[in-house]
Write a protein that binds this ligand. Sequence first.
Ligand code: PAP
Length: 334
Amino acid sequence: MSTFPSFNGSECEEDDVEYNKMCDKHKHLLETLPKGGGWMEQHLYNYNGFWLNEMFLKANLLVHTYFKPEPTDVVLASFMKSGTTWLKALMFSTLNRDRYSFSNHYLHNNSPQSTIPFLEAVSYPMTDFTTFSAPRLFATHFARTLLPACMSSCKFVYVCRDPKDVLVSKWHFISKLRSKDLPPLSFDEAFELFCLGVSEFGPFWEHVLSYWRANLESPDKILFLRYEELKKQPEVVVRKLADFMGKPITMEEEKNGVVGEIINLCSFENLSNLEVNKKGVDKFGKLLEVEKKGFFRKGEIGDWKNYLSEEMKDRIDGITEQKFKGSGLICFSE
Ligand code: PAP
């Protein structure tokens, strides 16, 4: 039994009728869905209110067709660049704290990305996730409403972040992944697209709201976190994560400083300085490779101040205020 995957699918018949039907649907959707300007590729497609590229649209159909959730699953959900890498490391090391010593840890030799598989990275035939031990951990950037309804039996950890920092982080990240056939995406263009909601997995605000509404409906099923609170009070969040994943920190562990060990192991300073995270690539499915160091940039709150004019800041804050109005969600005030 393994907690983390090899990401390889098992063999199955080539003429899988269901798969072919799904591919036809994918093709039809690409021909008919509304298109918007892509960050990585030329186009994004608006699927049920959210913008996906061709690969992520296919992954979404695969998840709907083949993914079989378990009530014990814990899914880390986030909009891109909101703290996923950090949460992957924290959730994995919190859940598996009896399995690895902090002086010789899995994360010393393996990237955080390898700990929890992304649902967006699934391909056909799908990995046999039934071999994973419970609770299985998954990650996703899909909005809650794009996931199968039967996943309401799972638990979700949702992490959100100030959209201004998300935009800056995403622009840096995507600039490196952008197709060489396209001209570079200027920050001004990225800003405009982001404000219009045209952004992989976006609109940002609807994404946050999709999980916030689910959180209001079933508070025991969703742990709603903010990158900023994690930066300010990591120990509070680690204890919450441990409780939520069904493995509370014991008195003995508190005495032994386990919470501090987890925080230090997963800190930006520690992870970004490990050799394993400085070289090579993380592979996501068959089509996407990302340089490991690309997941670590500054890891700060408020870097947007170096990129956004006062007018740009006011525009994003205005959209946030208007979209979150009446939802109970607190805006990002930094
Ligand atoms: P993803 O959507 O591609 O998975 P994600 O991990 O959500 O990316 O976000 C990356 C951001 O988290 C980067 O922010 P920045 O561009 O503003 O610097 C990255 O630096 C930051 N990050 C990664 N690991 C950590 C960490 N351990 N602590 C704090 N921030 C981190």
